[in-house]
Design a protein around this ligand. Sequence first.
Ligand code: SF4
Length: 287
Amino acid sequence: MPDAPEPGDLKPGDLEPGDHNTPKAEYTLVYPVWSRRAGGLSIGINLNPGKECNWACVYCEVEGLVRGAPGSIDLEVLEGELRSVLSDAAAGRWREAGRDEPAAVRDLCLAGDGEPTLSPDFEAAVEIAAGLRVEHGLDHSSKLVVISNGSRTHRPEVVSGLARLQAAGGELWFKVDAGSSERREALNGIRNPTDRVVESLVVASSTVDTWIQTMAVHPHADPEGVARIVTQAMDQGASPRGILLYGLRRPSHQSGGKDLKALSHDELQAGAEILRRETGLPVRVFE
Ligand code: SF4
């Protein structure tokens, strides 16, 4: 996932922009990161501690990614860790470098080291995050976000979790990286027919506020194709709120990732313009 965590040691009180380090010694399922996506402190929830994913994106930054699905997590551990991190954040444990005031929590985010909707505990984790967000008085000041590859949003058990997300005022970020199944296979390491993507996007966006997230990277960037499939889904009833266009920021940890190159500022902006023009949706760019 873009903005998924990386292991390391977080330095209390000093969180740098671009610092995605995780206090692994303290927590197993929860991690505070400085997120370009959130524009500040994001509290991540990792339902894939074994780094399992059903995709193998060529740009994936998860080191040691394994193909598969995670087992159950200990929900009491998740709740305890999340409560502890939120209490630490409220007590001012983390600051943006160079500033005195504590960093405010910008969002709670289910992303982690793999696809979160693969977890048998997905809905329960949404429930816990939603509850603690209210308990800590963050429901009006922070977002609740699920970052997903979108491959399972048509499944009843996932739809149920997405409905809970919507009830909590949360949003889903749904990955669409290319327009054809061949190009998606080159990028995502999985054959994912266009009809299935369209169907999943229609179901997801009719269940929860949904944003398209798309990675644009040399030599695979395909804004015309992404615009085409999003438009096709909208013609069939999908109602995405907008598109989040990512450039490559951190190195891929996958074997095929060494040939990837970040797009320039102008190339990303040109891609954003294509997406805006062809879909009529708002587009935000994260370089
Ligand atoms: S969907 Fe892609 S980027 Fe996200 S964890 Fe899986 S392989 Fe990595």
